[in-house]
Design a protein around this ligand. Sequence first.
Ligand SMILES: O=C[C@H](O)COP(=O)(O)O
Length: 241
Amino acid sequence: MPKIIIAGNWKMHKTQAEALEFLQGFKSHLDETPDDREVVLCAPFTALPVLSKTLHGGRIRLGAQNVHWERSGAYTGEISAAMLTELGVHYVVIGHSERRQYFGETDETANLRVISAQKQGLIPILCVGESKAQRDAGETETVIINQIKRGLVDVDQSNLVIAYEPIWAIGTGDTCEATEANRVIGLIREQLSNKDVTIQYGGSVKPDNIDEIMAQPEIDGALVGGASLDAAGFARIVNYR
Ligand SMILES: O=C[C@H](O)COP(=O)(O)O
């Protein structure tokens, strides 16, 4: 059975002080969180050390939002997998559509990042998703299958999470219908040799739609952007029914 993973992706939000303030409001809600799910916070690099110290041994796992494929070297502005594991990071978001759109990342660089993350013991959360134009042109299936095939060349599927994030649903409030997300995630699973890979849905997940999303049989979790910034709201998402 795939593990259920609810992850918050804070993107470029929260200073260290704001991250600690969030935790104060969030942690008390975890008493109600069923044991069947993993809770992950993917924070900016600068907030990882303080979160790591505060979360040590607790219920919440730490995630980063990117990783380079080399162990070290002349790569100004980049972070290696070894630097992240040293901080107690367990997960790393890779190939997010914002990285692809604004920073020129491709399926090929996502693939290199996934492999280097796994080598260092990190669990990659590989993001895939089609644009509105691609969906309107009837290309959703082809786009997703290509992203999965190229992103997973030589990748060990036993330590892997995939997030299906239709680009048109990210930060727009325009959530993909839960049944449609379920259909595409089923298609992604068909491409995998390991059927127990956790496949999340991401794109305008909110407290008022998480129950329907998580009721879908193919959906094993959520990657939550904007709604993960508010402690009470993210707690409701994590504690979906
Ligand atoms: O990584 C998270 C996704 O980009 C979704 O963001 P959102 O929940 O703000 O739509």
